[in-house]
Design a protein around this ligand. Structure first.
Ligand code: NAD
Ligand code: UDP
Ligand code: UDP
Length: 320
């Protein structure tokens, strides 16, 4: 395989750090660009000694002039509490960030991957969600900075593709979890595990009947890499695990698997919180030969092990 110079934006985040690791393992040079808003040096500390790895503090809303062969655009906070902290910056990251990275791809003729999201489907009226479903998004609600920002980024990707022939790959990623999520990340899997391990109440928003479909990080990274390596699959293509659970089932599973004495504490359901979500992955199966392999119970066990170590202060393992 040819050795490539690969840029990963958001590379010091949860998914980005696993992707950097995978690309280095394949023998590529990796330039990790991150403004450390939700990511951190700690996530890539174990890669810093590798001469093929370079870490650059940079905000993708500003132009970036580097010479590269491939781009993975992952920069964007993914947890509702973080992307709603500074919604204007979230829109800028999605829109200006996409324009800058597409401009870079256009100039260098680099193939470019976009980490889009199941949130483009909003609170879906069609279940499970195929890529052909156009979504049900509130454009003026508190989640819009993320949902509409990601939708606009998809538009930009397809316009740069049609107008300038940029070689694009767009994945719609469904809820993904695993080791190296931050304990204050705010997303449901890390919240529940950390709360259960500490013996704190497990915070269930709403009545817990809303559903999500959880994909383990290792499976997701495999899907991203296959999409990037495929000959001509531009996407958009759903990547996620179609096994669907209610959030209450997740809370009960985490309490059981941690052996915790935590009780469930009910909190109000946030505005515009989607009631159901499950990917239709027929396209990923047909075009990439991809489907997830790691079941929720196994992935949660690995994630619990990570947080147990992190809460004890032992360095987190570098691989899932
Ligand atoms: P994360 O918050 O751990 O990682 C995002 C990274 O982007 C962080 O390191 C952050 O510091 C960086 N970043 C944010 N704004 C930036 C900016 N303006 N310039 C440079 N860096 C910036 O989240 P994650 O779960 O690793 O998500 C990575 C990508 O995948 C995001 O684009 C997210 O929208 C997408 N995604 C994730 C999921 C999921 O379930 N994990 C689902 C759908 C889509
Ligand atoms: N850009 C960048 N790096 C590059 C090339 C472009 O960051 O190597 C940014 C630059 O800020 C530009 C944006 O990408 O405004 C869009 O580039 P494009 O060529 O599409 O537009 P233009 O330069 O005409 O505004
Ligand atoms: N959630 C919850 N308790 C928490 C965090 C989240 O019940 O401590 C719920 C949240 O309301 C949503 C689901 O879990 O219905 C998934 O939330 P997350 O923020 O992980 O992802 P997203 O809503 O973006 O899918």
């Amino acid at each position: 395989m040819t050795r490539k110079r690969i840029l990963v934006t958001g590379g010091a985040g949860f998914l980005g750090s696993f992707l950097c690791e995978r690309l280095l393992a394949e023998g590529h040079d990796v330039l990790c660009v991150d403004n450390f808003f939700t990511g951190s040096r700690d996530n890539v500390l174990h890669l810093l000694d590798d001469p093929r790895f370079e870490l650059l503090r940079h905000d993708v809303t500003f132009p970036l002039y580097v010479e590269i062969d491939e781009i993975f655009n992952l920069a964007c906070p993914a947890s509702p509490i973080h992307y709603q902290f500074d919604p204007v910056q979230t829109v800028k990251t999605n829109v200006h960030g996409a324009i800058n990275m597409l401009g870079l791809a256009k100039r260098t003729r680099a193939r470019i991957f976009q980490a889009s999201t199941s949130e483009v489907y909003g609170d879906p009226m069609v279940h499970p969600q195929p890529e052909t479903y156009r979504g049900s998004v509130n454009p003026v609600g508190p989640r819009a900075c993320y949902d509409e920002g990601k939708r606009c980024a998809e538009t930009l990707f397809f316009d740069y593709h049609r107008q300038y022939g940029v070689d694009i790959r767009v994945a719609r990623i469904f809820n993904t979890y695993g080791p190296r999520m931050h304990s204050n990340d705010g997303r449901v899997v890390s919240n529940f595990i950390v709360q259960a391990l500490r013996g704190d109440p497990v915070t269930l928003y709403g009545d817990g009947s809303q559903t999500r479909s959880f994909c383990y990080v290792e499976d997701l990274i495999e899907g991203i890499v296959r999409l990037m390596q495929s000959r001509d699959a531009t996407g958009p293509i759903n990547l996620g695990n179609p096994a669907e659970f209610t959030i209450r089932q997740l809370a009960e599973l985490v309490i059981e698997m941690t052996g915790s004495s935590s009780r469930i504490e009910y909190r109000p359901l946030p505005q515009d919180d989607p009631l159901q979500r499950k990917p239709d992955i027929a396209r990923a199966q047909a075009e990439l030969g991809w489907q997830p392999r790691i079941a929720l119970r196994e992935g949660i066990a690995r994630t619990i092990a990570h947080f147990e170590a992190a809460l004890r202060g032992t360095p987190a393992q570098s691989a899932p």
